[in-house]
Design a protein around this ligand. Structure first.
Ligand code: GTP
Ligand code: MG
Length: 288
């Protein structure tokens, strides 16, 4: 990916999430070091103009491409607006019983979701799974770079138009989590259920509760497969979390155990039933 020529570094990126473009950055050694040293993380960045958005590319001191952030004008994406692909007559189906179901089947809704939570919880893996429908265990991906800042994805899911703001979970990025709260109606807070750090999970939730307004919240305890397959001795108990933290009175929230690895949600709805993970997420989006 990276080659050095007379103190000029070429950084080639993966494809842009939005317009599938590939980019190459040319940086002199001086410029590279200057950009990396601008912040305490020792991560350099450079903005590239794409047609209707900006791409911010991140790299390290060795000119290694780390990832990128898309900057969209989110105001242009309608929030949960309903666009009908059916004649007006069928929209009247709301009053007409059977036709109502047809309308629901044919209409397209737009949902914007922020996925936040501590690092390594599986936020990017969940985003990829929802986009591709391929469970993590079947992708054989070995490279999981942490999300630098945020990554934006737009795709269709069961006839709905989805925009996901997949936020970086490393502590230095927590201050960015609220960036899209003015635009989203749904927040997913994701925790690695096999991690011992209930404190970190609670700290992140405390921060969220300071900023959340009227959004609906889904708290995901991920990596349940590690417990089922015997790789983990324990799994954080949602009840324990509930006992340790005070939820805002008006907050509408749900809790679910998942395995993005297997593409499943556990005990969501009737106890002991495994639900396809994308169905559980759609169900959350459609809950009143
Ligand atoms: N066993 C198991 N591993 C998972 C699961 N989901 C994600 N992982 C792994 O967890 C690691 C971190 O996944 P990411 O999706 O990159 O985590 P993230 O929350 O986006 O992390 P940041 O971007 O740093 O905030 C990767 O090695 C994934 O393969 C799961 O359900 N089960
Ligand atoms: Mg990530």
């Amino acid at each position: 990916m990276v080659q050095e020529q007379e103190n000029v570094f070429v950084i080639r990126t993966l494809e842009c999430d939005i317009c599938q473009r590939f980019d190459s950055l040319l940086l002199t050694e001086i410029e590279l070091i200057e950009r990396v040293e601008r912040n305490s993380l020792q991560i350099g960045s450079r903005i590239i103009n794409h047609d209707d958005h900006l791409r911010i590319v991140y790299f390290d001191r060795d000119a290694q491409y780390l990832g990128d952030t898309m900057s969209l004008n989110v105001k242009e994406i309608p929030q949960k607006s309903v666009s009908y692909n059916v004649p007006l007559l069928l929209q009247e189906g709301k009053k007409l019983g059977v036709l109502r179901k047809i309308v629901k089947f044919l209409r397209t809704e737009n949902f914007m979701i922020s996925i936040i939570g501590p690092s390594m919880a599986g936020k990017t893996s969940l985003t990829r799974f929802l986009e591709t429908g391929i469970p993590e265990r079947m992708t054989h991906r070995i490279n999981h770079p942490p999300t630098m800042g945020q990554s934006t994805k737009r795709f269709d899911l069961s006839g709905n138009k989805i925009t996901i703001f997949d936020m970086g979970g490393q502590r230095n990025f927590w201050s960015l989590w609220e960036r899209h709260f003015g635009d989203v109606k749904h927040i997913i807070y994701m925790i690695d259920g096999t991690s011992n750090s209930l404190e970190t999970a609670i700290e992140g939730l405390d921060l969220l509760f300071e900023k959340i307004t009227d959004q609906k919240l889904l708290i995901i305890f991920n990596k349940f497969d590690l417990l089922l397959d015997g790789y983990s001795d324990g799994f954080l108990q949602p009840e324990k979390l509930l006992g340790e933290i005070e939820f805002p009175d008006e907050l509408k929230y749900w809790i679910v155990k998942t395995s993005v690895y297997n593409g499943l949600a556990y005990e969501y709805g009737p106890a002991d039933v495994e639900t396809p993970l994308s169905e559980a997420i759609i169900d959350f989006l459609e809950r009143e």
